[in-house]
Write a protein of this length. Structure first.
Length: 249
């Protein structure tokens, strides 16, 4: 009987409780993190720039169509917030970026609120902040916000170039003035127009240009260039979202 008990005890002894402490498991989980380069100061500026281009498309677009004056009034809110953040050393970078975003918000409110049926006015309105940006850069001020604005303006110019290149200006005007229920029909027609070899080749050239201009600044160690890059590359995201919505309607 004792021999049987001893035989059972030996294999059970091999199942001793793990000596690994909970802290070791926590450390193992903590090791599953983002790459260090994704957490650097300039990388955070890049992702913030992407956020400030992509997300407002879904927030400002419906707001400015129904309440353009409210959208325009929010410009002052963004500007005050940017100036307030800039005045503090710990948040100066984010205030600078938010101030640059303010000029794109202002332009979007003015154009999409009152001039959206006139595509030829799009780029001039979007460039309203350009003189101010040049003044700031000449004084060595507001570099991050200014580069974000310039990247956003470059992306807008590239998108508008494609619209001119593919003769979509008449379609633009129709989408802006027709009743909402007719918009899906026009978007499907526009998507069909783009599905040709020539227009696809043009789109590919524009995309390559945006990728090149957007990726090259990432070689720099200066956060302002990463803000520029984030604004340029996010233009591709927005354009792809609009193209996907047109194809899905």
């Amino acid at each position: 009987m004792l021999r049987t008990v001893n035989n059972l005890r030996d294999p059970l002894s091999s199942f001793s409780p793990s000596t690994e402490s909970p802290s070791a498991e926590t450390a193992a989980l903590a090791s599953i993190t983002l790459p260090p380069r994704m957490l650097t100061r300039k990388a955070k500026v890049f992702w913030a720039a992407v956020f400030l281009v992509v997300v407002p498309v879904f927030f400002q677009a419906p707001l400015v169509r129904s309440l353009p004056w409210l959208s325009l009034a929010l410009t002052g809110t963004w500007l005050l917030a940017g100036v307030s953040l800039t005045s503090r050393a710990t948040t100066q970078l984010w205030g600078d970026l938010l101030t640059g975003f303010t000029w794109t918000w202002l332009a979007g409110s003015l154009y999409w609120g009152w001039l959206r049926a006139e595509p030829l006015w799009h780029l001039p309105i979007e460039a309203l902040g350009f003189p101010l940006v040049l003044v700031l850069l000449s004084r060595g001020q507001g570099r991050i916000g200014s580069y974000f604005f310039l990247g956003s303006l470059f992306g807008t110019a590239a998108t508008d170039l494609y619209i001119y290149w593919t003769d979509l200006l008449p379609m633009w005007r129709q989408v802006m003035i027709v009743d909402p229920e007719w918009v899906p029909v026009l978007l499907r027609e526009a998507a069909t127009t783009l599905q040709t070899t020539v227009n696809f080749s043009r789109a590919l050239l524009i995309a390559i240009a945006l990728l090149t201009v957007g990726l090259l600044p990432l070689q720099s160690q200066q956060p302002c260039w990463w803000a520029f890059s984030g604004a340029v590359l996010s233009t591709l995201i927005v354009d792809l979202l609009f193209l996907t919505s047109a194809l899905c309607f």
